[in-house]
Ligand binder design. Structure first.
Ligand code: GDD
Ligand code: MN
Length: 375
C-alpha cells in the first residue's frame, strides 16, 4: 500500500509555552486522526525549555518537529520560517496556548481545498465568533487596528489581527518574497503582500482563555503594528526601522532644546556647558529608547548595555562631526542655511543609524551554557 500523502502542516509558534504546547499536540493528533499531518513548533529559544520538551515528544513521533531559533524573536518571522519548512499543500498557523479553537481545523481544510481558496481565517468578530472574556481595552485596541488595516489590505476582513488561519502553499509561494515579517500581524502581512485580491473565507470561533502562562502582547506590539503598516506603504523607499530611529531622533531634538532652555534660563549656565550637557543627556535617553523600541528584537540586556551605550556615544560623536562637515560644505557651495542644516542632519542620522545597526545592535547569538559532557 502506498504511503498516504502529506495533507496538512500545523505551525505552532511558541515562546514559553512548555505546559500548553504538549497538550495542544495531543489534541491535534486526536483531532486530525484521518488527515495526514505534521506539526511544526517554532520556538524562539524559550528559557522555560519549550523546545526540548517538544523534542522529547518528537523523538517518538515523526509527525512532530521543532525549529528552535536562537538569538531571534518575533511571532511573524517565526510563522513564516515554520511555514517554509514544510512540503504540505495546506498549512495552518495556531497559537500554542489553546486560545484558538483547534476543532475548526478539519472544516478549514475542507473548505480550503473544495473551494480552492487561498486562505481560511478563524475570526473572533463575525457572526457566531467572539473575543471571549478579552479585556474591554484590548477589544477597543483591536478595533482601532482593524480600521487601520483597511489602509493596506483593501479588503473587508472582520479579524485582520487573527493569528489563526490556514493557507494554500501556492499562495504562500506567491507572496513570500514581499512579506515584511515584523511584529505580530502575520495574517495582515500575507494579505497586504498579495498583488491580487485574495480568495478567503472567515470561520467564526470563540476566543478561549489562555491555559497556562501569560500573553506576550504588550504596548510595544502596537508600535510594531504601525511599523508593519509603514513597511507595507512605503517600505520599498525607506526601511521602517529608520523611520522609528528618525522619530526617536526628532523627539530627541525637542528634548535637547528643552534641556538647553532650562539650563540657560533657569540654571544660568554658560552656553557651551548647557549644550554639552543637553547633548549628553539626549544621546543617553535616545540610546535607551532605541534599545527598547527600534531594536526591540535585538535588545541589549545586562552587561551588554554598558558597552552598547559607549559604542552609541562614539557613533553619534562621529555622526555629529559628519553632520557639521556636510552642512559646512553645502553652505560653502551656496546652499541656503536651512537646506544645508537639513542635509547635515540627514547624512548624520543615516550614518548613526547604519553604524549602530552594524555595531551596537548587530545580530548576536545568545551565549549558552554547554551541556555537561557525559561521564
Ligand atoms: N516563536 C515565537 N516568537 N512565538 C511567539 C513570540 C515570539 O517572539 N511571541 C509570542 N509567541 C507565541 C506564543 O507563545 C503563543 O503561542 C502565540 O505566539 C500568541 O502569543 P500570545 O502571547 O498568546 O498572544 P495573545 O493571545 O495575547 O494574542 C492573540 O491575539 C492577537 C490579536 O489580538 C494572538 O492570537 C495573536 O496571534 C493575535 O494577533
Ligand atoms: Mn494567547
Amino acid at each position: 500500500m502506498p504511503a498516504a500523502l502529506l495533507q496538512l502542516a500545523v505551525v505552532v509558534p511558541t515562546f514559553n509555552e512548555r505546559a500548553n504546547v504538549i497538550e495542544l499536540i495531543a489534541r491535534l493528533h486526536a483531532l486530525l486522526r484521518d488527515i495526514d499531518h505534521e506539526i511544526i513548533v517554532v520556538d524562539d529559544d524559550s528559557p522555560d525549555g519549550t523546545a526540548e520538551a517538544v523534542r522529547e515528544v518528537a523523538r517518538e513521533d515523526r509527525r512532530v518537529r521543532v525549529l528552535q531559533r536562537v538569538g531571534r524573536r518575533g511571532l511573524s518571522s517565526a510563522c513564516i520560517e515554520g511555514m517554509m519548512t514544510t512540503a504540505a499543500p495546506a498549512i495552518a498557523v495556531i497559537d500554542a496556548d489553546l486560545q484558538h479553537d483547534e476543532t475548526l481545523l478539519p472544516q478549514m481544510l475542507e473548505r480550503l481545498t473544495s473551494e480552492s481558496l487561498d486562505l481560511v481565517i478563524g475570526t473572533r468578530n463575525a457572526g457566531g465568533g467572539s473575543m471571549g472574556s478579552f479585556a474591554e481595552s484590548r477589544v477597543r485596541l483591536s478595533e482601532a487596528g482593524r480600521t487601520l488595516s483597511r489602509l493596506v489590505t483593501h479588503s473587508e476582513l472582520s479579524d485582520p489581527m487573527s493569528g489563526f488561519f490556514m493557507l494554500d502553499r501556492r499562495f504562500l509561494e506567491e507572496v513570500i518574497g514581499s512579506l515584511s515579517g515584523v511584529g505580530f500581524k502575520i495574517l495582515l502581512d500575507l494579505i497586504a503582500s498579495s498583488a491580487r485580491p485574495v480568495r478567503f473565507v472567515e470561520i467564526p470561533y470563540h476566543f478561549r482563555e489562555r491555559l497556562h502562562g501569560e500573553s506576550k502582547l504588550d504596548v510595544v506590539v502596537g508600535l510594531e503594528y504601525l511599523l508593519l503598516l509603514i513597511d507595507k506603504k512605503i517600505g520599498d523607499l525607506i526601511p521602517p526601522r529608520f523611520v522609528v530611529f528618525g522619530a526617536v531622533g526628532g523627539a530627541g531634538v525637542v528634548l535637547h532644546l528643552a534641556i538647553l532652555w532650562a539650563l540657560l534660563r533657569l540654571g544660568g549656565q554658560r552656553f557651551l556647558v548647557a549644550q554639552a550637557v543637553a547633548a549628553f543627556v539626549v544621546m543617553t535617553v535616545n540610546f535607551f529608547v532605541n534599545n527598547a523600541l527600534t531594536w526591540r528584537d535585538r535588545r541589549l540586556r545586562g552587561r551588554a548595555v554598558m558597552l552598547g551605550l559607549l559604542q552609541f556615544y562614539a557613533a553619534c560623536a562621529i555622526g555629529a562631526f559628519v553632520n557639521v562637515r556636510v552642512a559646512a560644505y553645502a553652505i560653502q557651495h551656496g546652499t541656503p542655511w536651512y537646506l544645508a542644516g537639513l542635509a547635515g542632519l540627514l547624512v548624520g542620522s543615516v550614518w548613526n543609524f547604519a553604524v549602530t545597526a552594524a555595531t551596537t545592535w548587530r545580530v548576536r547569538r545568545r551565549r549558552r551554557a554547554r551541556p555537561a559532557a557525559a561521564a
